[in-house]
Write a protein that binds this ligand. Sequence first.
Ligand code: OOG
Ligand code: MG
Length: 253
Amino acid sequence: MNIQEAAKILDEAAMNAEPVEQLSLDTQFTIDEAYEIQRLSIERRLSRGEKFVGLKLGFTSFAKMEQMGVHDMIWGRLTDSMLHFADAELDFNKFIHPRAEPELCFLVKKDIDREIGLDEVEDYIEAVAPATEIIDSRYKNFKFSLEDVVADNCSSTAFVVGAWQNINQDLSDLHMELKINGEVKEEGSSKAILGNPWLSVTNASRLAVAAGQVFPAGSYLMAGAATSAVFLEKGQRILTRVEQIGSVGFDIK
Ligand code: OOG
Ligand code: MG
């Protein structure tokens, strides 16, 4: 397949909020090629003036792997056009079929340019915040293979970050919930994120740095969803609450 052409198709699908057929339906490509398509599609955004602001991990929880029928951790790139803060208003019409998931976001303190271990994460991370990721697969019916979703930058479209909190607390078993219009739609524990969300930092350092993607001081790392994702509709208020860490809400207009 033509990797540049694939990157263009996915980039334009995101820009126009128009879904496309899964790339894997008519051509076979490898995971390495999928990451190259992802890199090139992000290059297109950067060349239009967007800025790289961090990374996300996906399929760090069994709930998500089961929901989407895939079985491997994946990572994607975040740009400033995806970044929002508490009480943001997001425009439903900019999305194809958005879904929300409750997450934790880490703020990088020191450039992560090599694989780091669990005993080092506190030297590299400044703070943690409650966050919601909005994913919006560019593929029709939100259906994809692992290679498809990696090429599509892991369905990244937006993320909403709450107030930063100190990291000197145990993050391994915090209750997390996603509320829509005041009603709990999904709930679980931060344990669902790889058994311990700090492992998202070590895994991101392993995967991204091996692929040549450093994440600098000041960048964000979305740790992956603790629960399945929920489809969104116009007019909703979405809130992620994490025990001890706090809440973050936004509106979809
Ligand atoms: C892929 C993105 C998965 C997560 O937190 O597990 C993800 C998708 O489900 O479309 O962001
Ligand atoms: Mg996610």
